[in-house]
Write a protein that binds this ligand. Structure first.
Ligand code: NI
Length: 156
């Protein structure tokens, strides 16, 4: 395992849409290593989530701390967002020392692959749903500070 340097706001890798992971790569040692490194980097930085672009790898995979421990999701897709949204404070390992209020869907459904290539599908709610939405934004080239700006402009 290795701790990777965390990419910070200002690096273009954080502002581009990450590429889909080729399912053929799942279950391989190289991909397993990436996941291990992301996990270790997240723990050392005391984060509750980390997306691959945050260590400079532009692929659609992130790790999020679930109520049952950390899970890795590959090529995630969201659906059925709740009508209800919740506002709460967020921070980001790539924007150190900055916290702001972000509005997120209270809940949604997730479809993804595990790091071993197994399809998973489940519904999430509350803080875990917030982490997943924050990490998904990273895969789409967006930081939470961009969300804040957008939501303030729309007065959400
Ligand atoms: Ni973040």
């Amino acid at each position: 395992m290795a701790i990777r340097p965390i990419v910070r706001d200002g690096d273009p890798v954080l502002r581009i849409r990450a590429k889909e992971v080729d399912p053929k790569d799942l279950g391989g040692t190289e991909f397993a290593q990436l996941i291990e490194d992301m996990l270790e980097t997240m723990y050392v930085a005391k984060g509750v989530g980390i997306a691959a672009p945050q260590i400079g790898v532009s692929l659609r995979v992130f790790i999020a701390e679930s109520p049952d421990g950390p899970i890795a999701l590959v090529n995630p897709v969201f659906s059925r967002p709740s009508k209800k949204t919740l506002k709460d404070q967020e921070g980001c390992l790539s924007v150190p020392g900055h916290f702001d209020t972000v509005s997120r869907y209270k809940g949604l459904a997730v479809e993804a692959l595990t790091a071993e290539g197994k399809p998973v599908r489940f519904s999430v709610d509350g803080f875990f749903a917030r982490i997943l939405q924050h990490e998904m934004d990273h895969l789409d080239g967006m930081l939470f500070i961009d969300r804040v700006k957008e939501q303030k402009a729309r007065k959400v």
